[in-house]
Design a protein around this ligand. Structure first.
Ligand SMILES: [Zn+2]
Length: 289
């Protein structure tokens, strides 16, 4: 390594992390997005959503995760579950990095919104399984998002607050599929610009770090914008530090029957997954055994 070059950068690439990121599989991403799409419309109360829930849960079991909790909640649309998978940290077992995405959809298969976030997290979980991290990680697949952040609100109220969870950062992924035919070379990193303001500075710092990690571990450019209308907001409302990823070109197909693979850019999801994995390794402080 030629140190003169890395000294120019605010943050430098960790070679161990880069080696893990290199194992990200575009073939896995395409296969999982296809499976997600084939379940159909996954609104709360549908059989399709239950099938998708079983698919996600089985994946974690097969990967070897043992701390898998299905958290039920009910409202007028029906009963659904948040899927919460915990990987215990070596140094700070009781401090959590939450990496989350919703898996329910509305009006269509939701391959972009939010199959992309769903399968991104499963790919991270695959590659992080046998890597030690100083902080604990919670991979959370929320449901009821499209009906008004129902699952994440339920989790924050009934688990986070009730159990007084110590959360270092909430990292939310929602709609990172891009638009077919456009140049999808930039990811939006989202920071907290809403009330309460006590946590905004910490979110801005984490989001600047996230943008740096996205550039270090993927070939994407980054932009910073405000966080809104996704599962990080119930955490934000309670003063937690949040950040998130969103596509630069917002798909016009989201929440329609045409939110599918044909209208998005799988290579873009692959790059975002690489960057997000680099960020997860950095935020959770992964260590070489
Ligand atoms: Zn969404």
């Amino acid at each position: 390594m030629f140190l003169g070059i890395s000294a120019c950068s605010a943050q430098t690439k960790n070679q161990f992390y880069a080696d893990v990121v290199a194992k990200t599989s575009e073939a896995n991403i395409l296969k999982d997005l296809t499976t997600f799409e084939n379940f159909g419309i996954k609104n709360v109360g549908s059989e399709a959503l239950t099938q998708c829930e079983t698919w996600i849960t089985s994946r974690y079991k097969r990967l070897g995760y043992t701390d898998i909790v299905l958290q039920p909640f009910s409202y007028k649309a029906g009963t659904s579950h948040n899927i919460i998978v915990t990987k215990t940290g070596t140094k700070y077992p009781n401090t959590f990095i939450v990496i989350d995405a919703h898996y329910d959809t509305i009006n269509g298969p939701g391959t972009n919104d939010n199959g992309t976030g769903t399968i991104l997290i499963m790919e991270l979980a695959r590659l992080l399984k046998d890597i030690d991290t100083e902080y604990s990680i919670k991979f959370i697949h929320f449901s009821g998002e499209e009906d008004g952040l129902i699952g994440s609100n339920y989790y924050v109220k009934n688990t986070v607050i009730k159990d007084q969870l110590d959360i270092k950062l909430v990292f939310n992924i929602d709609e990172v599929g891009g638009v077919k035919g456009k140049t999808n070379d930039t990811v939006v990193c989202e920071r907290d610009e809403s009330q309460p303001t006590s946590n905004n500075e910490a979110s801005a710092k984490a989001t600047t770090q996230l943008a740096n990690y996205m550039r270090l571990y993927s070939n994407l450019k980054t932009e910073i914008a405000n966080a809104y209308a996704s599962d990080y907001m119930p955490f934000e409302d309670q003063g937690f530090v949040i950040t998130g990823l969103f596509e630069k070109h917002e798909s016009p197909m989201n929440h329609t029957k045409d939110d599918d693979l044909a209208h998005m850019d799988v290579a873009y999801v692959y790059e975002i997954t690489k960057g997000a994995l680099g960020a997860a390794l950095e935020f959770a402080v992964a260590i070489k055994k």
